[in-house]
Write a new protein. Structure first.
Length: 202
């Protein structure tokens, strides 16, 4: 079975009407920043089950109509805070089964249309609350200075965080407070210090 190892930066140029692009189950280890720039009509993109270890900040630039992005089962260890900035119509995002350890508080700032988000099966120890050294804030300061990773996701219905390494105390009022439409939340198989579930019902 042949596999794709690389996509030329101009390999998809001119495909202005393309709406669905499946690149899953290949051997891609990187994607050029200009690879998708001409795909102005693209609505669904799958890059799952590849070997991606990083993404350029402009990788998805211009994909203003993209609704579904699948990046699960890669080797992503970190994300630039502006990686998804152009994806204003995104409704479904899967980052499951990667190697993510931390996320910048502004990672999902522009995804106001997002309905389903999977961060399951990563190596996350905290959620968007980092100090200048990239370390999780201590419990004593968490409630006062928490940077809400999900603050702009008012339409989010499903959030999967299971099978991570979450040990820092979660502050639901700050972290989940803006998720008015949330219907499903999975935090199983973590090592949380404490969680005030009553705050989720306020």
């Amino acid at each position: 079975m042949s596999r794709i190892y690389n996509i030329h930066s101009a390999g998809l140029s001119g495909l202005h009407r393309l709406q669905l692009l499946l690149l899953n189950d290949n051997r891609l280890s990187s994607v050029h920043a200009a690879t998708f720039r001409d795909l102005r009509s693209l609505q669904e993109l799958s890059l799952s089950r590849n070997q991606l270890s990083g993404l350029h900040a402009a990788t998805f630039g211009g994909l203003l109509r993209l609704r579904e992005l699948l990046l699960y089962q890669n080797r992503l260890g970190a994300l630039h805070q502006h990686t998804f900035a152009s994806l204003v119509a995104l409704e479904w995002l899967s980052l499951a089964n990667n190697r993510l350890q931390t996320l910048h508080p502004d990672t999902f700032r522009d995804q106001t249309a997002l309905r389903h988000l999977s961060l399951a099966n990563n190596r996350l120890t905290a959620l968007g609350n980092e100090n200048s050294n990239g370390e999780s804030e201590k419990k004593s300061a968490a409630a006062a200075s928490y940077s809400p990773l999900f603050a702009h996701l008012a339409r989010l219905e499903s959030l999967w965080l299971q099978n991570n390494r979450l040990t820092a105390p979660l502050v639901p009022d700050a972290l989940f407070g803006g998720l008015a439409g949330l219907r499903e939340l999975s935090l199983r198989n973590n090592s949380l210090c404490w969680l005030d579930l009553a705050a989720l019902l306020r």
